[in-house]
Write a new protein. Structure first.
Length: 140
């Protein structure tokens, strides 16, 4: 009986760790921007962030090949390209909810740390693509 109970608990833990858990960074935008303009920005960001050379650089910077137990950074970049998303969302602002563009990656709950690193690393490129100055990082 204890073995069955132990196997059930272990199975539940494994199940919960493999549930989907996307990680993203919201980029607040002006609420007065039209939906066509938002769609245009999302399309442009998706196209520029999906470039193989950028994905390869992100893969190398984060060390995805090692963390995902893959043979090469090229393979990690290919998988990262499949997991990447840019979508419309909402972010908490000083005056309440504001529209945002969410840039992130899909992943499992057990990969939450790596997914967060990837999302933050992608934001470095987003600031360059949009030609904006990134906000100052706390503690630096």
């Amino acid at each position: 009986m204890l073995l069955l109970l132990g196997a059930g608990v272990w199975g539940l833990i494994v199940y919960k760790q493999n549930r989907p858990n996307p990680m993203w960074v919201p980029l607040p935008i002006n609420p007065e921007i039209s939906s066509e303009k938002r769609a245009e920005v999302i399309k442009e960001l998706t196209a520029r962030l999906s470039r193989p050379e950028l994905l390869l650089k992100v893969s190398q910077d984060v060390g995805l090949a090692k963390k995902w137990h893959l043979a090469s950074d090229e393979e990690a970049a290919r998988i990262l390209g499949a997991r990447l998303f840019v979508q419309v969302g909402e972010a908490d602002g000083p005056l309440g909810k504001v529209p945002s563009i969410n840039i992130g990656v899909t992943g499992k709950k057990k990969e939450i740390g790596v997914s967060g690193e990837i999302a933050m690393r992608l934001m470095d490129d987003v600031w360059k693509i949009l030609d904006l100055k990134p906000p100052s990082k706390k503690g630096r």
